[in-house]
Design a protein around this ligand. Structure first.
Ligand SMILES: [Zn+2]
Length: 435
């Protein structure tokens, strides 16, 4: 410090950043020294030298042993009693359990920082942020390991909760009645390492898959609509959940999320998705009685696909065709639309097949496309919320170039991100030692 100020006297300039960083570092060192003093245990009193061992016998105090841990103030050496069980040969450090550093060289404060950094940004970027913002030197691997292990713990607790939900052991969540509750579901691919796609075929015929699908769902509420009658999502009401898993597993997951958000006491229940079959299977199984809506913009996309097939390289012809057929879709007149599609005289067998596929899509989803009826009830008719969710929850963190995930690693980070975005991380962190 003195050197810095001498410098200043000579040059007449104060480098504030250098000084503030130096002060922080000095305060950290002083803090670490003080903390270290607090973390020196004395040998236990003679009457306190035995501890129950999980094997049923008594572990006896042997000696004080030291160990280094990284805290938010820097590295400190702790000194604590070591107990050894002569029955099973296992040692124990009760003080480590008390400090919550049993399985880690990082203090809880540091672990929390690393988990947040690793959930928000690539691990090496997280490491740089921690270095700059917290003044801690750690490895990229430490960020990765910490974020993933906390995510894993979250994912494990979620699975346990889902299992309980399956046994219909759900506590009724007491709260205000919910006017309109929405469940939206979608799928999005993330790049994975080779071993995760062995034996799976990709979207292009005969090509191996390079991605795995994350199924993601969100739940939100709506109480109001604007002057034009357009729905307004309740601010801050959206929660997310997702994982790379089967539709069956995901169905239970999204059911639990909806349940916790008040599904049983919602006056109106709505499920929105694109045409994917698994979404509607889940809706039928777990959300019977809900209004089912196919995202209008996906449905329009199917019309555009057909317009391009019927009028290749002819944008004006495509637009003209759309102008004729889109009103039927927008007005929910799906039978009329299907009738018009059926009347098309296809020039090739391939085209005939494509038209048939589209007719099937519209007819299968006809009841989910009664848009005027949905609009009259001031409901959303698009799945914009979950699509934005795909970008914020998954895309921004898991779909960056050069990233290849394992299913396990991705699921851990997804669990961490959902927990954080849902505003539940604080609760988890408070309760993590209870279970
Ligand atoms: Zn023992």
């Amino acid at each position: 410090m003195q050197l810095l100020f001498q410098d200043r006297r000579k040059s007449g300039q104060l480098d504030l950043e250098a000084v503030e960083m130096a002060f922080r570092s000095a305060l950290h060192q002083a803090g670490a020294a003080a903390l270290e003093k607090l973390l020196q245990c004395a040998p236990p009193a003679p009457e306190d030298r035995g501890r129950a061992c999980p094997c049923g016998q008594i572990a006896r105090y042997r000696e004080l042993r030291s160990r280094r841990i990284l805290t938010v103030l820097g590295e400190v050496k702790i000194m604590r009693p070591w107990y050894l069980c002569s029955g099973c040969g296992k040692g124990q450090f009760p003080f480590d359990t008390e400090l919550d550093v049993e399985n880690s060289d990082l203090s809880p404060g540091v672990r929390r920082m690393l988990a947040m950094a690793g959930s928000e940004a690539p691990f090496n970027q997280g490491r740089q942020q921690i270095e700059l913002l917290a003044g801690l030197s750690i490895t990229t691997k430490a960020v990765e390991r910490t974020a993933e292990s906390i995510g894993e713990d979250l994912a494990r607790r979620e699975r346990a909760e889902v299992d309980r939900a399956v046994q219909l052991d759900l506590p009724i969540v007491i709260g205000q009645p919910v006017p309109i509750l929405y469940v939206e579901m979608d799928g999005t691919g993330i790049p994975v390492v080779k071993k995760e796609t062995l034996g799976r075929t990709g979207k292009t015929d005969g090509q191996p898959a390079h991605t795995r699908e994350v199924k993601i769902g969100c739940v939100f509420t709506q109480t109001a609509w604007d002057k034009e009658g357009h729905p307004i999502r309740d601010p801050g009401s959206t929660t997310y959940t997702g994982a790379i898993e089967t539709a069956d597993e995901f169905g239970k997951r999204i059911y639990l999320e909806a349940w916790n958000r008040g599904w049983p006491r919602a006056a109106k229940k709505v499920v929105i998705g694109d045409g994917a079959e698994w979404i509607w299977n889940i809706a039928d199984t777990h959300f019977p009685g809900a209004i089912q809506i196919v995202d209008l913009y996906h449905a329009r996309q199917h019309l555009w696909d057909l317009a391009r097939r019927l009028h290749p390289y002819d944008p004006a012809g495509q637009q003209q065709w759309i102008d004729v057929h889109k009103p039927n879709l927008d007005e929910g007149k799906i039978e009329e639309l299907a009738g018009l599609l059926r009347a098309i005289d296809p020039t090739t067998p391939e085209l005939a097949k494509d038209i048939q596929t589209k007719i099937g899509y519209f007819e299968r989803n006809a009841e989910r496309m009664r848009y005027p009826a949905f609009r009259r009830q001031h409901l959303f008719v698009g799945s914009g919320v979950i699509e934005a969710g795909c970008r914020t929850v998954i895309g921004q963190r898991l779909k960056r170039s050069g990233m290849f995930w394992t299913v396990r690693g991705a699921n851990n980070i997804i669990a961490l991100r959902c927990c954080h975005l849902n505003g539940r991380f604080e609760d988890y962190w408070e309760n993590r030692r209870a279970a």
